[in-house]
Write a protein that binds this ligand. Sequence first.
Ligand code: DGJ
Length: 719
Amino acid sequence: MPIYYHQNNGVFHLQSKGMSYIFQIINGYPVHLYWGKKLKDTNHFEYLIQGMKNETIDRLPQEYPQYGSGDFRHPAYQVHLEDGSRITEMVYKEHRILKGKHGLTGLPATYVESENEAETLKIHLIDSYSGLSIALTYTLFENENVIARSVEFTHAGTSPLRILRALSSSVDFHDSDYQVIYLSGASRRERQLQRKKIGPGSFSMESRRGNASSHHLNPFLAVVHPDTTEVHGEAFGFSLVYSGSFKAEVEVDPFFSTRISMGINPFDFSWQLNPGERFQTPEVVMVYSSEGIGEMSRTYHRLYRTRLCRGVFRDKERPILVNNWEATYFDFDEEKIVAIAQTGKELGIELLVLDDGWFGNRNDDTTSLGDWNVHYKKLPNGLKHLASKVNQEGLQFGLWFEPEMISPDSDLYRKHPDWCIHVPHRRRTEFRNQLVLDYSREDVREYIFHAISNILSTVPISYVKWDMNRNLMEIGSATAQSSQQQEVAHRYILGLYDLLEKITTTFPNILFEGCAGGGGRFDPGILYYMPQIWTSDNTDAIERLKIQYGTSLVYPVSTMGSHVSAIPNHQVHRITPLLTRGNVTMSGNFGYELDITEMTIDEKKTVKEQISLYKEIRSVIQKGDLYRLKSPFEENEVAWMFVTPDQKEAIVFYFKVLAEANMLPKNRLKLLGLHPDYQYKLQGTNNSYNGDQLLYAGLPLPPLEGDFQSKIFRLRSLD
Ligand code: DGJ
C-alpha cells in the first residue's frame, strides 16, 4: 500500500516506486518532514522534525500554512470573515485514504483508468469558529514518482465569507541550496529555459492575464540542486493544471528553509463562499526525479500523454497537415484551397486546415468574430462543398475558430453589446480589434456551442484549431453581482472548461488543437480537452529549437504542433535549408504552413521524402521516451533523441546551428536511453554499434558544412 498512516505519532508516508513524501500532524497542523528518494516505511520518521517541535509556527515546515497566527511567510490561503477578521485556525479533524483518484468538479485533472493505479489521501482540517473546513487532497500514482495535490474548501458555518487566496499546494523544504528552473518568454519566443540560484527573499512568477496561462511565464517550475543535470541529481517539479491567472512563489526565509507554493493568482481574485458551498482549487502535479531533469520531464510526458490527455486521439498517431495561414493569410478562395489540397495529396499530406478568414465578412482582423457563418463572397459554394472537395482529394478537412472572441464590427456585437467582458461606463479596450466574450455567462457559452456545433455537424470536419488571441482587460461581467466581480476571471476559465468539455464530448471524433496567438496557453489545463497545442507563431526552424526544447521540459512531444514554413521566414526573415526545417518540425506533430503549390520539383521531392520518413517514425516520436542530449540554450550544437520503451528503436536528431572556422570536427555524440547490451544497426549504412559504445563513447557524426545543418539517425536493435 503506497500510503501509510502511523496512528501512534500521526505520521503519513506517501511512498511510490522511487519516492517518499512524509508529513506529521503536530498540534493539529500538518507539518512537512520529507520529500525525496524512496525510504522504507518505519515508525521512526519523527526524528526528521525533532528539535523543532517546540519552535514557533514561523519556523515549522508546513503543508498548507495559514495567515495571522505567527507564520510570517506567504500563506497558502486566506479568508475574510463576515465580522471583518481574516484569521482562521485550521486544525486536523480526520483523514481518509481512498483507492484510485476522483475528478475535480468543473476542473481538468490527471486521472486513472483503474483504481489500482493510485491512492488518494484526504486530510480534513477545520476552523471551528467560522465552520470553514479544508480537504487537502494528495493522490499518489503507484508507478510514477508523482503526487497530485489540490484543496477543497467547504463552508459549514452560518455567515458568508470571502476567500482571498486559495493556493493548490505549498511545500516547505528544510534547506535552501537550490536553483529554480522555469520557462519565460513572449509571443513568438515562448518557453525559453531559465535557471537561477535562489536566496533569501521571494521570487515569483505569475500570469495576470485572466484567460491565459500566458506566453510570458508557464505555470511550471522546478527546484534542483546546483549540481543537478539532465542525467544526474534531484529535481522537484511543480506543474499547475490551470489555464488562467496563476502564481508560483519561491520564498527563502530568514532560517534558510524554502517554501514553494502554487495556485490561482490571488491578485484581483476573491470568491464569495456562502454557507453550504464549496470551492475547489485546481491541481498541482508534483514530480520527483533522482535521475536528473531528463527523468523529471519523461515522468511528466508519460503522465500527461496517457493520464491527462483524453479521447480517441490520445493514443492515435496524429495526422500530417497543411495549414493555409502563412501560405495565404486572409487572401484565399475555393480554388486556392483546393489547389493546396491537390498538391497536398501528391506530397502525402493527410489533413488540410483552413485557418482564419472563412466566416462573416472577414478579410482582415477588424471584423466578424462571433459571426460563425460562411463568408459567401469568398467561398460562394459554401464550406460543405469546399470540405467535400478537399475530402475528394483524399485529405481530411480541418477548420479554424476563435470562439472566445467578439469583434465590435459583428452582427453578434450589434445584437448583444453586453456579451463581452466589460465594466459599465468604462472604455472597452480593444486588442487586435476584438473584445472577449463573457464565458462566465452560461447563455453566451450556449450560443457559441450552438453556433459551432451547427458547422461541425453539417460540414465533414475532422480537426478544429481553437484559437484565442487576446487577454482580459476591464474585467467585469454584466450579470455578476458587485460582490462577485472579482470571481469573473476564474469563472471565465470554468466557463471555458465547461464549453470545451461539452464540445469535445459532443464531437469525439474531431481532433482539437489548442492555440493562443501561438503558444500563449500551452498548459496542462488545455491538454485535458485538446491533446495538441500550436506551440508558437514563430515557425523559424532555429528559433523553434529553443521553443520546442523549452516546451519539452514539461510537455510531451505529442502535444506540440510544428510546421515547416517558407523562407525567408515570416517572423525572423532567416533562410534555412528545407532539410533542417523538416528535421526540426519532425520533433512534434508534423505539418506544413507555406504555399506548397509554389514549390519547385526539387522541393517537392524533399517534402515527399520528409513525409514518408515521418510516417515511418511518427509513432516513436509521438509515443517514445525523449532524451535531450544538447541544449540550444548552451551550445551551438543541439541534439535530442526518441527511444521506444523496449529500447529496440531510436531516432536521433542532431543540429548544428552556425558553421565554425578552424575547429576540430565534433565527431561523436553520446546517446542516452539505449540498452548497453543491445547491438544497434544504423539504418542506411552497414554499420552497427553496441549500445555501450553509443552510450559511453558516442555515435560518429559526419562533418556538416555551412549554417543551420542537421541530420537524423535511425537505430534499430538487432537483438
Ligand atoms: C493566431 C494563430 O496563432 C495563427 O496560427 C493564426 O491562426 C492566426 N491567429 C489567425 O488569425
